[in-house]
Design a protein around this ligand. Structure first.
Ligand SMILES: [Zn+2]
Length: 198
């Protein structure tokens, strides 16, 4: 699985050095280091059939993507072998409710430090309708949604028919007339960035 990395965060640096300095064309200032780093470990719950590396590779790409919770590179997510700030679980459907009675066999769930990805959703998309985009985009949405809960966000609702769905909308249940969307909307990014003063 590969994710396209947007060079957007380097745009200003490129513009700055290109004025009257053609010889440095191609040189860019290194991106600013992250101001916040969250660590996570990846584990399995129940007898999963999917290679856990599918989830760790997904997380690696999605967390580093400038469209996501990295807030344009200000937050870094780093996988560690054990422990970390949160645990990203690849769980069989029946294992999901063992984390909390509020979790359903049908969906993914986040409880405390546990971000639990339902294996059935990772392999088959939403349970009740056909996701109108790629499976990869659905997986991205699920990971961003559950990680958004860990970052402190609650659910949001479709803003207007045909608009991009907030990533914190429960898109696995219904698109509510919105367009399927895997990435946080600007207001959702702000909701993560502002309390952290990023
Ligand atoms: Zn949710």
């Amino acid at each position: 699985m590969r994710y396209r990395k947007s060079p957007g965060h380097l745009g200003n640096a490129v513009a700055a050095v290109s004025v009257g300095a053609a010889f440095v064309s191609g040189c860019t200032a290194p991106p600013a280091p992250p101001r916040l780093t969250y660590t996570y470990s990846v584990r399995t719950a129940g007898p999963v059939h999917t290679d856990v590396r599918v989830l760790s590779t997904l997380a690696d790409g999605v967390y580093a993507d400038p469209r996501g919770w990295s807030v344009g590179g200000k937050i870094a997510f780093r996988e560690v072998p054990a422990g970390g700030d949160f645990t990203l679980w690849l769980a069989t459907s029946s294992a999901v409710p063992t984390f909390s009675p509020v979790c359903s066999v049908l969906y993914s769930c986040t409880v405390g430090r546990n971000v639990i990805i339902n294996e059935a959703r990772l392999t088959a998309g939403p349970p009740g309708y056909r996701w109108p985009d790629t499976l990869e985009s659905y997986r991205t949405m699920v990971l961003n949604h559950e990680t958004g809960h860990w970052l402190g966000l609650g659910h949001r609702f479709c803003g207007a028919p045909g608009a991009a769905a907030p990533v914190m909308q429960q898109q696995s249940i219904s698109l509510q007339g919105c367009r399927a969307n895997a990435w946080p909307l600007p207001a959702e990014i702000t909701a993560v960035a502002a309390p952290r003063r990023l």
